[in-house]
Design a protein around this ligand. Structure first.
Ligand SMILES: Cc1cc2nc3c(=O)[nH]c(=O)nc-3n(C[C@H](O)[C@H](O)[C@H](O)COP(=O)(O)OP(=O)(O)OC[C@H]3O[C@@H](n4cnc5c(N)ncnc54)[C@H](O)[C@@H]3O)c2cc1C
Length: 552
C-alpha cells in the first residue's frame, strides 16, 4: 500500500500525489526545490489530527514521515517545502468564520485579498501588517511567518494582531491558545494532557532562562528570526500567551486551523514627502526628524530601482487608464531629467502621512519637509497621482525587472535584513562594498523607517558561479548584520535559507533554547523539520542550503 492509499481512508479531504500537483508544490518563491511525497487538502481540524496520528505511527516504525503546512506558498525562505507530506489549507479551510466590530475569525487558507474585502465591508477596518504579497498570500502563512509590510512602522507586525489561535498539536490533540492570566495558567498546567505539558515546559524554560532570553531580544524593531520567547509573558497585562510563540514559527510547533485577528481603521487622507538623497551620512538624521512626525509608512528605493523605473516607465503607464497614464506620464518627466543629467540620487525616501483630513495630511508632509530644510537634500511633496507614481516604483519595479531580463531568477537569499537606522552611515557603505565584490545585478528597496532592506539579486541558478555567489555572500551579509546587532530577517522568516545562519545572530545558549522549545512542542519531530532550529556542527549547515537549491 503506498502513502496515498494509506492516508486517504483516514481523512475527509483530498489526498493527491499526481506528478503535476507534486511539481507545483515543490516550489514556493525561494531559490529552493523539494518534491513532496504526498499532498493532503484537509477539510477540518479532525483531518489534521488524523494526519498527525498517522505520521506518529509511521515514525514509530522508523519511517521519516512529517507534516509541512502550506497556505498560499508565497514564502521566500523555503518554509513550506518538504519531501514528505504537505498539508494544504487554501482548498477547503478557507472560510471567514466571524466578523466582529474590531476582529475577524478566519481559517488559515483565506487569501488576504478576500479577507480584506470582507473586513472592509463589515466594519471598514483592515489587518494592517499585510505583506507586499497581499494579492497572493493567505492568513496561515502570514501568521506563521509573522509577516509585516509597509504599514508596520505605525501598526506593528502580525504578532500584535493575533488574539487567539486554534491549533492541532503534535500528539494530534487540539487546543485553543490565547493570553492566560496567572490563575488560568495555573489551572491549565494542572491538567493531565499534552497541552498542559507544553504550558509547564515553556513557562519553566522562560523562568529559568529569563536573563539569557532578555539579553537576546533583538534590538531592532522588526524580527522574524528564531522563536519569539520574548513576549510570551506580557509584563504589562500580566498574561502568558503561547500565540506569541506559534506566530512566526513556520508550522514547526503546531498547525493553525483558525485564527482570531484584531483589525484597525486606517486614516484615508494622505500626503507624501519625497526625499532625494545622495549623502548616506545624513540618513539617520533624516529618519529621526521625519519619524518625529509619525508617518504611516516610511519607505525607500535605491538608484538601480530609480533607473529601472525610468527605463520601464511605459509599463507603468500601460497598467493605467488613458487619462491617468497621461497624468502619470508627465509625472515621470523629472525622473527622466535627473537620469539624463546624471543626477540620479543614491536613495529615494517616501514618507507618507495618513490623517483625518486632506489638510492635516498635507500639513504634516509640509512640516516634515520644513524640518529637513537645512540638510543638503532635494525634497518634494506629492499628493494624489504624484504619490501614486512613487508607490508604483517602490512596489513594482522588481516585478518589471524580472519580466524584462530573461534567463535570470529573482533570488531571495539576503532579502530581508534589518539594522538600526542609527547604524546606516557605517553599515550601508560596508554592505555596498561587500556586494560590489560580486558581479550580480540587484535592487534594494526597503522599509527605511524601521531599518528593513530587501536586497534581491537576479541570478541564473544554472550557472555554477552564481550558485557559488549565493553560498559565499549569504553568510558574509549575515555576519555583517549580526555585527550591528540587527536581524537576518525582519519579515520573511528563517525557512531553509536562514535557519543554518541563526547561530550568527543568537548565542549558542539561545540556539539550545530554540531546540528545547521545539522538543517541548514537538518531541517526535512531526512538524516541518529543518526550519527554525539549526542543525549544528561539521559545517554541514551550509551544505543543506546548497543541497535544496533549484537547478534551473
Ligand atoms: C513579491 C513578494 C513580496 C513579499 N513581501 C513580503 C512582505 O512585505 N512581508 C512579508 O512578511 N513577507 C513577504 N513575502 C513573503 C510571503 O509572501 C509572506 O510571508 C506571506 O505572509 C506568506 O503567506 P503564504 O500564505 O504564502 O504562506 P506559505 O508560503 O504557504 O507558508 C509560509 C510558512 O507558514 C507555514 N504555514 C502556512 N500555513 C500554516 C498553518 N496553517 N499553520 C502553521 N504553519 C503554516 C508554512 O509551513 C511556511 O513555513 C513576499 C513574497 C513575495 C513573493
Amino acid at each position: 500500500m503506498n502513502l496515498r492509499e494509506a492516508v486517504a481512508p483516514l481523512v475527509k479531504g483530498d489526498v493527491v500525489d499526481d506528478p503535476e500537483t507534486l511539481k507545483i508544490l515543490s516550489h514556493d518563491t525561494s531559490i529552493f526545490e523539494r518534491k513532496p511525497a504526498l499532498v493532503v487538502y484537509p477539510k477540518n481540524a479532525e483531518d489534521i489530527s488524523a494526519l498527525v496520528r498517522f505520521a506518529l505511527a509511521r515514525r514509530e516504525q522508523g519511517e521519516d514521515v512529517t507534516l509541512t503546512a502550506r497556505s498560499a506558498g508565497t514564502d521566500m525562505s523555503g518554509g513550506p517545502l518538504t519531501d514528505s507530506i504537505v498539508v494544504g489549507f487554501t482548498k477547503y479551510m478557507n472560510r471567514i468564520r466571524e466578523l466582529g466590530e474590531d476582529f475577524a475569525v478566519a481559517e488559515p487558507g483565506v487569501y488576504y485579498r478576500d479577507f480584506e474585502k470582507a473586513t472592509l465591508a463589515a466594519n471598514g477596518k483592515i489587518l494592517p501588517p499585510y505583506p507586499a504579497s497581499r494579492e497572493l498570500a493567505a492568513i496561515g502563512g502570514m501568521i506563521a511567518n509573522n509577516c509585516g509590510g509597509e504599514l508596520t512602522l505605525r501598526y506593528g507586525k502580525m504578532n500584535r494582531y493575533v488574539r487567539e489561535l486554534d491549533v492541532v498539536l503534535s500528539d494530534g490533540s487540539t487546543a485553543t491558545l490565547r493570553p492566560l492570566s496567572k490563575d488560568e495558567l495555573a489551572k491549565k498546567e494542572s491538567e493531565q494532557n499534552f497541552e498542559a505539558s507544553i504550558y509547564r515546559g515553556i513557562r519553566e524554560l522562560i523562568e529559568k532562562n529569563r536573563n539569557e532570553i532578555e539579553a537576546a531580544r533583538p534590538s531592532v524593531s522588526k524580527n522574524s528570526a528564531g522563536y519569539f520567547l520574548w513576549d510570551v509573558w506580557n509584563e504589562a497585562r500580566d498574561t502568558f500567551d503561547l500565540t506569541q510563540l506559534i506566530t512566526g514559527s513556520q508550522g514547526t510547533l503546531a498547525l493553525v486551523t483558525r485564527a482570531k485577528l484584531g483589525l484597525e481603521k486606517l486614516e484615508h487622507h494622505r500626503g507624501m514627502l519625497v526625499v532625494f538623497l545622495s549623502d548616506l551620512d545624513i540618513l539617520p538624521e533624516i529618519v529621526r526628524r521625519v519619524r518625529a512626525f509619525e508617518p504611516e509608512s516610511f519607505e525607500s528605493y535605491d538608484d538601480n530601482t530609480f533607473k529601472l523605473a525610468v527605463r520601464f516607465a511605459g509599463d507603468f503607464l500601460k497598467q493605467m487608464g488613458f487619462l491617468d497614464s497621461i497624468r502619470l506620464g508627465f509625472a515621470f518627466l523629472p525622473e527622466l531629467g535627473m537620469t539624463l543629467s546624471g543626477g540620479v540620487p543614491k536613495l529615494v525616501l517616501l514618507a507618507e502621512f495618513a490623517e483625518t483630513s486632506d489638510e492635516l495630511a498635507r500639513e504634516k508632509a509640509k512640516s516634515a519637509q520644513a524640518a529637513l530644510e537645512d540638510l543638503p537634500i532635494k525634497t518634494r511633496l506629492a499628493f494624489g497621482t504624484m504619490g501614486e507614481k512613487y508607490w508604483k516604483i517602490r512596489r513594482e519595479s522588481f516585478a518589471l525587472l524580472r519580466k524584462h531580463i530573461h534567463g535570470l531568477h529573482a533570488a531571495p537569499f539576503i532579502d530581508d535584513i534589518v539594522v538600526h537606522p542609527d547604524d546606516y552611515p557605517r553599515f550601508l557603505p560596508q554592505l555596498n562594498e561587500l556586494l560590489s565584490k560580486y558581479n550580480i545585478m540587484y535592487t534594494v528597496a526597503g522599509h527605511i523607517g524601521d531599518g528593513n532592506f530587501h536586497i534581491i539579486p537576479l541570478v541564473d541558478l544554472k550557472r555554477p558561479e552564481h550558485r557559488k555567489t549565493i553560498l559565499e555572500l549569504t553568510p558574509k551579509v549575515y555576519e555583517l548584520v549580526a555585527r550591528y546587532k540587527g536581524s537576518i530577517t525582519g519579515e520573511h522568516n528563517d525557512g531553509l535559507i536562514r535557519t543554518p545562519y541563526l547561530p550568527l545572530m543568537f548565542s549558542p545558549r539561545m540556539i539550545e533554547l530554540f531546540a528545547e522549545v521545539k522538543r517541548i512542542f514537538d518531541p517526535n519531530g512531526v512538524f516541518n523539520p529543518g526550519k527554525k532550529v539549526p542543525v549544528l556542527g561539521d559545517g554541514g549547515t551550509v551544505k543543506d542550503v546548497a543541497g535544496f537549491m533549484m537547478n534551473e
